[in-house]
Design a protein around this ligand. Sequence first.
Ligand code: NAP
Ligand code: G4F
Length: 348
Amino acid sequence: MGKVKKKIALIFGITGQDGSYLAEILLKKNYIIHGVKRRSSSANTERIDHLFDSLNFTNKNFYIHYGDISDGTSTLNIINKIKPDEIYNLAAQSHVRVSFDIPEYTADITALGALRILEAIKILKLKKTKYYQASSSEMYGLVKKRKSLNEKIHFHPRSIYGVSKVFAYHTAVHYREAYKIFACNGILFNHESPRRGPTFVTKKIVQGLVRIKNGQQKKLSLGNLYAIRDWGHAKDYAISMWKILQYKKPEDWVIATNKEYTVKKFVTMVAKKLEISLKWKGKGLNEKAIDTHTGKIIIDVNSKHFRPSEVDFLKGDFSKAKKLLKWKPALSTDELIDDMIDFEISNN
Ligand code: NAP
Ligand code: G4F
């Protein structure tokens, strides 16, 4: 019996939270992984170092290439060299708040980056290469009714990050319709993990409260405590990416938990698990949380963490993915918090 040819996946954004989980999942599925990493002056492979075969770089199923999706030529060259079965575009300037400060850069990477990859697939006539776009619930933006959002709800983005993701979403749909490329969107609601970047709110809260508990930090300053998010675990969302590309047709899918929490509720849940007793006082920019054991203010609100326009409500209806992909989140928000706290305690 002949050997089964291993599938080849190319991951843009492999050094990020989701890229690292996806690489682990695909390696277990016997893929050969190629990842694109951008040049940086300090190490940015912390999340994937364990995949390099204990840093001997001898893992024959795992390769890293220098590249940048702002650079169309190198993007095309990498795709041409590898001719992957599957391309996952997880690369982005992914911070919504930061996109208000660097809108042009955000659009170049988060919007045009997707176009550059899809255009390369088209130019190279890679008929068999499947494309996954990490689209975002941020695209929904201003929602009319506070109900679970599905694939049919229209987009009204509230940041250049959201606008860029809408461009990338429609570009994937367009290349599917115009050039018959197997291009799919996962409309990902917020997903977190111990590997989440430190300036996203969940990681900031878990890290901050663990440090406060250990006496290493005095206070945690936050922005809008009343925004509602649907927070899942990134491991589950990475599995959905693979499932989406294995489905018989290229389609678009909401990936979520269909549960809603305010930022304040998330703070309360983390504090409770850490046995920090909080008493909330005040309103708006004067809202604060006091540690009832010490009487000290340990959480306050700072206007610098607010956005010029906010997405107030996000909750996703993943029934399409559940029915057709047999995907559902294995981990609840509560289990996500446990995982994040455990990591923070052992790595502090
Ligand atoms: P992340 O941790 O910020 O990772 C982003 C990745 O993109 C990193 O590997 C980053 O490289 C890379 N990247 C940034 N600019 C690049 C460029 N010019 N060229 C090549 N690579 C570049 O984000 P994540 O949480 O894993 O999210 C993965 C994707 O899903 C992103 O597209 C994000 O917008 C989208 N998404 C995320 C969520 C969520 O809740 N996490 C929800 C919806 C959609 P460095 O390591 O060098 O920075
Ligand atoms: O953690 P966040 O920065 O995530 P946000 O803006 O929802 O974006 C994340 O999820 C999107 C999916 O919907 C992704 F596409 C995107 O790439 C990213 O992964 O903020 C969550 C909420 C916001 O409403 C924000 O205003 O928390 C609020 N918040 C309150 N205080 C804060 C803070 N956010 C941050 N980052 N820092 C704070 O101090």
